[in-house]
Design a protein around this ligand. Structure first.
Ligand SMILES: [Ca+2]
Length: 478
């Protein structure tokens, strides 16, 4: 269903005029049959009467450029994609009518047996011919990956399971005894990382959405990002310690923008992110944990020179970060870099420095998803500019500076960035604080959540729909 928009969009760029919303139609029914009629009337010109493409690509090929899932499809029809020229149908179609079109698209896709394509066996980048391999399959919303050693990796699944892959084989049973997570909306079990001294101390860190109370009558339990560490013994999570828990009065009943990435630098700090939790103005409020990047020590204690000690929460390191889901530490400079999901057209790459305000929502290159303005400012004194922003938004998620021998030609200045919605892995060449080059190295193999490396430097891409991990290994230099 996602291609609906894509195709309209492409069409609009090529063909110019849209004929699709020339009259308004009011119906009060909402079945897929009605959706079929509406599709023919409003969508078929671009997408083909048989959904297999007209002036644009097929809607039945399993590839969804702008997001797979009813939420994405409904939103994209309703709001359009203004930056690419696809109109909003909000004034033309009722919500029921849009949903009936979505019903029709899903039924048609199911009937066509549409299936997400496997990645191509070989891909070519500027520097390498790369072999792809489906390394772990049939997972359930995998979110993050980390290697414990060259044979063993941990992969989180958002519903709450910590899975282990040993010698290339996904073990059937998850690690038992991991924390109970609130798996609703974008929340659940999210990042996993290991202590820099893991080989000697065995600490493994998990981040997840934590609810204070499980069941409240007629009320959703408030939740917030929480971080714990523990060790794994005989597939059991043991010796758990809570490393970070926000003040409970700051927990929110929203279910999105948890942030959640955990990284370590060489100076001995642990950095983690919390998204704005859907309360954008709180990203500027130092008494709130959301919309920020935090810095603590790995045991949970707080550095006494953290920048907002006097005016707010002691763990805060930056302000004004919308939803940072990728953080990575540069292997040579030891600088912290982060990507954050912006609003429409406002995804950002930032170089994270102590005490800096990254602007959300006072400045942004993005707009609201309905095309309305968030702020008139893209820059303002006192608010840091991003190193790079993506317009349109690619929906940035995990990221990792490349480290390893396998793709040795890349050296120390290459950053892998995941795009959830665009289903891409991008490779960015960074010199000092500038992005010199950007290349898509994998596309349309699923929604990309995270990327990791084994100790030899092979790359592992965590994707959803299909829920799996794809291994990338170099075959030859080019
Ligand atoms: Ca910003």
């Amino acid at each position: 269903m996602k291609p609906t928009f894509v195709k309209l969009t492409i069409l609009s760029l090529i063909g110019g005029t849209f004929m699709l919303f020339s009259c308004s139609l009011k119906q009060d029914s909402s079945s897929a049959a009605d959706g079929n009629e509406l599709y023919v009337k409003y969508c078929a010109t671009c997408h083909g009467t048989d959904l297999r493409g007209g002036m644009s690509k097929s809607l039945l090929d399993g590839v969804w450029q702008f997001g797979d899932g009813r939420g994405y499809v409904t939103r994209n029809i309703r709001d359009g994609i203004p930056s690419l020229g696809m109109p909003s149908f909000e004034k033309t179609l009722t919500q029921d009518e849009i949903e009936s079109i979505v019903d029709y698209l899903y039924e048609a896709e199911a009937a066509a047996g549409a299936k997400k394509p496997d990645p191509p066996a070989m891909i070519e980048t500027l520097d390498y011919e790369i072999e792809t391999k489906i390394w772990a399959d049939n997972m359930h919303i995998p979110w993050a990956i980390v290697f414990l050693n060259k044979d063993t990796a941990l992969v989180t699944e958002r519903p709450g399971s910590l899975r282990m892959v040993v010698g290339g084989k996904l073990l059937e049973d998850p690690v038992s005894g991991t924390p109970e997570v609130l798996h609703e909306g974008q929340g659940g079990l999210m990042d996993v990382n290991i202590d820099p001294a893991y080989a000697s101390n065995g600490w493994i860190y998990l981040s997840y959405s934590h609810a204070i109370e499980k069941k409240l009558v007629n009320r959703r339990p408030p939740a917030m990002t929480r971080i714990v560490r523990g060790r794994i013994r005989d597939m059991k999570w043991t010796g758990e310690q809570v490393i970070y828990e926000a003040p409970h009065k700051t927990y929110r009943t929203t279910r999105h923008h948890y942030g959640n990435r955990i990284v370590f630098d060489k100076k001995g700090y642990l950095y983690f992110s919390i998204g704005d939790r859907g309360a954008q103005d709180q990203a500027q409020d130092p008494s709130r944990p959301n919309g920020k990047i935090h810095r603590i020590y790995p045991d949970g204690s707080i550095p006494d020179d953290n920048p907002f000690m006097d005016e707010g929460l002691p763990t805060l390191y930056t302000l004004g970060n919308r939803n940072p889901q990728g953080i990575s530490v540069h292997p040579v400079t030891d600088e912290v870099w982060a990507v954050e999901h912006g609003p429409l057209g406002g995804d950002e790459l930032n170089l994270i420095r102590k005490g800096v305000n990254y602007g959300w929502p006072v400045i942004t290159y993005g707009k609201n998803y309905d095309g309305t303005i968030i702020t008139e400012f893209i820059r303002k004194e006192g608010y840091e500019q991003p190193i790079l922003y993506w317009k349109p938004s690619i929906a940035v998620c995990g990221m990792e500076f490349y480290q390893g021998e396998a793709f040795g030609r890349w050296g120390d200045n290459y950053l892998l960035v995941c795009a959830l919605k665009y289903e891409e892995v991008r490779l960015l060449n960074i010199e000092r604080d500038r992005v010199m080059h950007q290349e898509v190295i994998l596309k349309n193999a699923g929604r990309v959540r995270d990327v990791g490396m084994d100790p030899e430097g092979n790359i592992y891409v965590v994707v959803n729909e299909p829920d799996r991990v794809i291994k990338l290994s170099p075959v030859a230099e080019r």
